[in-house]
Structure formats: structure tokens, C-alpha cells
Design a protein around this ligand. Structure first.
Ligand code: ARG
Length: 584
């Protein structure tokens, strides 16, 4: 499958090589003056000390683009403006229309990629940060899996550490049945806060809690059983949230902090052996180079606390080592909020210093590049007041309430817009729109920035929103239904005559490059923007190019454009984790 851009490069590269005497890059990019612009002659002119316009003319002569381009004009100091010939566009479109994957290739270098996301904490309500991580991580998993990579989902559940002493004692105080009930129905905040209150108010409770932590770490069977109740019931609740969100996380993807327990002591031994550990105020620490506090003093990564306990950093180091060395991952993604960037960078640097990244250490058969480790960071979710989103009481907002509200608002709009839908269909569409709107609001902005949680805006049918894209999809599907034909198939090049058809064609043909780019950058707002532009372009197409009222070849061709647009929107939305209903 080849996009016009690739066809142009295929033709221009040899022409450049012929002029240069060595391989030379044509460098092609979309242009506002034509479809594409080629800048290669400028660089080559500089390299050869020759006039770039002359080089451009020579390249065009050798490349013989007549069948591909309707115009190839040299402009300015030696740019070449390229306008694709309608038949070339029509041929490429017929190609991607016949392809189930819409022209997007499966990767020929499949990688093992670990995606660390969601990561809620046992017996604690998920907050909007966990929501962002879950949504962004899910999109990463979908895109990378679709590209053909092997993706290992890792839900790094907070299920270990000192708070469990107090949580277990509280569980005993209120009774197991009651505790299990509170947790599984999602009253995690209530449970946690009650435990905290007892801990703060009652010395006897504090003593019990500390003893309980010791018992837990020593592997006392009764304590472990109680701990498991807390974890199991919390997981049930998290699974309910994931089901509501429609993300790919399963119960098997919980690989919580506790799973790395046995690796912590060997980790300390290894770091000590490598000479990476130093004692500081009684604690065993790593001081990775380049990390200093405000006063310029080296920052410690605490591996073993002065009381002998291990913390979050030790677990993350053991986790990193496991993923690189045992899972032999080629790429690791940590979908975690920006505030943890310092912590993660210190962990990654330590891993590099320990030599865990090396390809040879990971897998002797693949002496390729060292593993890539990326912090897929994201900003805060803000309320309409521009402050971090919280309930009025000051507690973090309960996540399911947020989702329910979006769905019920969507239901009201759908009832108004399409009163003919029966109740079941309406509920399904409301769910797709409500949940889709929340996800899209998160994914359509640069993830590094904070975003404002605004129901009215995210649920609007105008602008860069999920409902707008879902509607553009449903409209294309409706035209195809009314045409009554089965999925239209291209028998020859599509007819590209009108400017609106050409604009739509170029958008559709750019999809493979967008996916390739997003698989690298994990900047999902670029995919969102592309889909939004596709939806805007197809709206222009509907306005200017009648589909059902046209006839013959043109009608057939336009139906295929509708079909291709619907499939691209549906696929693109699916990669973002968003449903595209047939009608709405
Ligand atoms: N449980 C952590 C939190 O709530 C997130 C875990 C992120 N993943 C990791 N490997 N540290 O902040």
C-alpha cells in the first residue's frame, strides 16, 4: 500500500541521487500552495555549490512525474510545488479502499512494549489522574497493538506498604463482611478516611497498625489473608470502573507493587555490588548523576529506608529491572502524571547506570538498540474554576459520578436530537457519546498540558469534540444505508474532480502517516486533530458534492469516499477507545 507522498519519494529519490551522484533526500512535506512541496534541491544546491533552481529543473526532468502530478512548479529559490493528478489520487484511494487496514501497514519490526498505566491504589478512590492515565494508556495500547507490536499491559496497583497496617486494623474493627461490602461498592474514600481518623485519634490503634505492618512484611498467614480481602475487593471495584469506561484492562493486567516483593532484597544486593548505593541518614540510597535539589545538593533515590523497609522507589527499580531483563521489553511506557517525572527519571537513570537497558544484557539474539524508556506524562484535570478538580467538600471527585453525569447529559441531548431512537438504542448511544466525550476531551489536547473538565464543551456537537466526530461518522453511514448498496467496492481509480473531493482524498490518504507518527510520539491529540479535520472536510464534501443525487461512476466513487471516511473515522475513534455508533 502506498500513499501519494511515498510514490513521490520513490520517484524523486533516484532523480536526486542521479543529480547528486550520491543518495540525496527529496524532503517532501504538505504545502499550502500545492498538495506537497519538495525542498531537497535547496539542501543539495548548498552541498554542490550550485543553483538550486537549476537542480530542481534537472530533478524534475529525470523524475518524469507526468503520470503522478498535474503540476510540478519550481518556485522561489528552488522549492518544487507538486500537485497530484486526479487519476493518481483516485488510484491511491482505490488502493486503500480495498485494504481492510486503510493503508496502515503492520510493522515489520514488531517490538515487545510494556505499557504501565492506570495504577490506582488499594482501598483508595481512583482520582482523575488515574482516569487520565487509564484513558491515555488505553489509547497507547490500542494504537501499538494495531500496528502489530506485542503489548504487555501493566496495572501497577498500589497494593503494598505502610498504610496496610492501618487499613487491616480498620477492617478488623468494622468486620470483614462490612469492609468487603464498602470496598466492592466503591466506598473506598469512606473506608480509607475512617482508617486514617482512627490512626490519627487513637494511640492504641496506631500501635496495632505498626505491628500489623511488621506481620504483613513477615508473611504472617492471617495478616496476608486480610490483606488479600482488601486487594480483591478493591480490584472488583476498579474492574467495574474499567468496564464502564470500556478500556482493555483486564483482571490479569493487575501486576501490583506486592508482586515485586521478592525482588527487593536481591535488588539492594545488586546495586550495592555495582557500587551504586550510599548510606545517607541511615537509609540506603542511589544518587543518580544530574539530579539536585534547589540548593544544588545531590538528590537521593531511597532504596531502603532507615527502618529497613522498602518504598515506592525500590519497587519501581525492581519493576524496571524485571521488565528489561526478564520480559526483554524493547520499549517501556510509563503513563504517569507529570509530578512524578523527577522520580521516574531518577529510576530510569539508575537502571541505565546498572546496565539493565543494554540490548545484549536483555537478549543475545537481538544485539539491536538499547531499550527505549519513556515517561508518557500528562498534566492535571482542572475544574471550570481553573483549579484542580475536586468536590465541594475538598475531597477528590469520585470517578464513576463523573462518568455517570457525562452519560446522563448525553442521554438528554440524544433524546432531543433523535426522538425516533428506541430506548435501548438511545441508552447505547448516550453511553458511547458520554464516555467518548470524556475520553476525547482528555486525548484531544496536548497531554502535557492541564485540561479543563467542562461538560458543556466536551458534549457539544460543534467543534473538536467526540460527538462531532461520531456524528460525522453516523452521517456517512446513513448515506450508505440510504444508497441501499452493500459495501461499495472500487473497480478502478476513484473519480476525483471537485476541490472538495480532492481535499477529502488528501485527508484520507494521510491516515497511515498519522498513525505511524502517533505510534512514536504518543501524542494522541495529533490523531484527534486529524480526525477532526477529516470530519470538517467531509462536511464540505457533503455540501458540495451530492452523493445520492449523482449518477454512474461519480455516484459510485462518492459512495466509496463515504465508506472510506466512515471506516477511517470509526477506526481512528476506536484507536482512541471511542465507539462510533451507526446512528445517533
Ligand atoms: N500508584 C501510583 C499513584 O497512584 C501510580 C503508579 C505508576 N506506575 C509506576 N510504575 N510507578 O501515584
Amino acid at each position: 500500500m502506498t500513499t501519494p507522498e511515498k510514490l513521490l519519494i520513490e520517484r524523486l529519490a533516484p532523480a536526486f541521487a542521479r543529480v547528486a551522484g550520491t543518495p540525496a533526500d527529496p524532503t517532501i512535506r504538505p504545502s499550502r500552495h500545492a498538495d506537497f512541496q519538495c525542498d531537497g534541491a535547496l539542501a543539495l544546491g548548498r552541498r554542490l555549490g550550485r543553483d538550486a533552481r537549476e537542480i530542481a529543473a534537472e530533478v524534475l526532468r529525470y523524475a518524469a512525474l507526468d503520470d503522478l502530478c498535474s503540476a510540478a512548479e519550481i518556485s522561489g529559490p528552488g522549492f518544487v510545488n507538486l500537485t497530484l493528478a486526479p487519476t493518481a489520487l483516485g488510484r491511491s484511494l482505490a488502493g486503500i479502499a480495498a485494504d481492510e487496514r486503510l493503508g496502515v501497514p503492520r510493522t515489520d519490526r514488531p517490538e515487545t512494549i510494556v505499557v504501565d498505566y492506570s495504577g490506582p491504589n488499594t482501598a483508595k478512590e481512583m482520582h482523575v489522574g488515574h482516569l487520565r492515565s487509564t484513558i491515555i494508556g488505553d489509547a497507547a495500547v490500542r494504537v501499538l497493538e494495531w500496528q502489530g507490536h506485542t503489548v504487555l499491559r501493566r496495572n501497577h496497583l498500589g497494593d503494598w506498604g505502610t498504610p496496610f497496617g492501618m487499613l487491616i486494623e480498620h477492617l478488623l474493627d468494622i468486620g470483614e463482611t462490612e469492609a468487603a461490602h464498602e470496598l466492592s461498592v466503591g466506598d473506598l474514600t469512606g473506608f480509607y478516611q475512617a482508617a486514617r481518623r482512627a490512626f490519627d485519634a487513637d494511640e492504641e490503634f496506631r500501635v496495632r497498625s505498626r505491628e500489623r505492618v511488621v506481620a504483613l512484611q513477615a508473611g504472617d498467614p492471617t495478616t496476608l489473608r486480610l490483606w488479600r480481602v482488601l486487594v480483591t475487593e478493591s480490584k472488583k471495584y476498579f474492574m467495574a470502573v474499567y468496564a464502564r469506561l470500556g478500556v482493555r484492562l483486564t483482571a490479569d493486567d493487575f501486576v501490583g507493587e506486592s508482586r515485586y516483593n521478592d525482588r527487593l532484597a536481591p535488588l539492594v544486593a545488586e546495586l550495592a555490588e555495582l557500587g551504586l548505593l550510599r548510606e545517607s541518614a541511615g537509609a540506603q540510597c542511589v544518587f543518580p548523576a544530574g539530579f539536585v535539589n534547589r540548593d544544588g545538593e545531590p538528590l537521593p533515590l531511597i532504596v531502603r529506608k532507615s527502618d529497613g523497609g522498602f518504598g515506592y522507589a525500590a519497587t519501581d527499580l525492581a519493576t524496571l529491572r524485571h521488565r528489561l531483563q526478564d520480559l526483554a521489553a524493547d520499549r517501556l511506557l510509563y503513563v504517569v502524571g507529570t509530578p512524578q517525572s523527577g522520580h521516574l527519571e531518577m529510576v530510569f537513570t539508575t537502571g541505565r547506570d546498572a546496565g539493565w537497558h543494554d540490548a545484549t544484557a536483555r537478549d543475545a539474539d537481538r544485539p539491536s538498540a538499547p531499550a527505549r524508556i519513556e515517561h508518557v506524562e500528562f498534566g492535571y484535570v482542572l475544574g471550570s474554576d481553573g483549579k484542580i478538580l475536586r468536590t465541594r467538600a475538598g475531597a477528590s471527585i469520585k470517578l464513576v459520578d463523573l462518568l455517570d453525569e457525562a452519560v446522563s447529559r448525553a442521554a438528554a441531548t440524544i433524546a432531543e436530537k433523535n426522538p425516533d431512537l428506541d430506548a435501548d438504542a438511545r441508552a447505547a448511544v448516550a453511553r458511547a457519546v458520554g464516555i467518548g466525550a470524556v475520553k476525547y476531551a482528555d486525548l484531544s489536547g496536548d497531554r502535557r498540558k492541564d485540561y479543563r473538565f467542562d461538560y458543556d464543551r466536551m458534549l457539544s456537537f460543534d467543534g473538536n469534540t467526540a460527538p462531532y466526530l461520531q456524528y460525522a461518522h453516523a452521517r456517512a453511514r446513513s448515506i450508505l444505508r440510504r444508497a441501499g448498496a452493500e459495501a461499495p467496492r472500487a473497480t478502478g481509480p476513484l473519480v476525483i474532480g471537485e476541490p472538495a473531493e480532492r481535499a477529502l482524498a488528501l485527508r484520507l490518504l494521510a491516515f497511515p502517516d498519522v498513525i505511524a507518527e502517533v505510534g512514536e510520539s504518543l501524542d494522541f491529540h495529533r490523531l484527534a486533530l486529524h480526525l477532526f479535520e477529516l470530519a470538517t472536510t467531509v462536511t464540505g464534501f457533503y455540501e458540495n458534492c451530492p452523493v445520492l443525487r449523482s449518477t454512474g461512476e461519480i455516484r459510485h466513487s462518492r459512495l466509496i469516499l463515504c465508506d472510506l471516511t466512515a471506516r477511517t473515522l470509526a477506526r481512528g475513534l476506536d484507536l482512541l477507545g471511542i465507539e462510533a455508533p451507526e446512528r445517533m
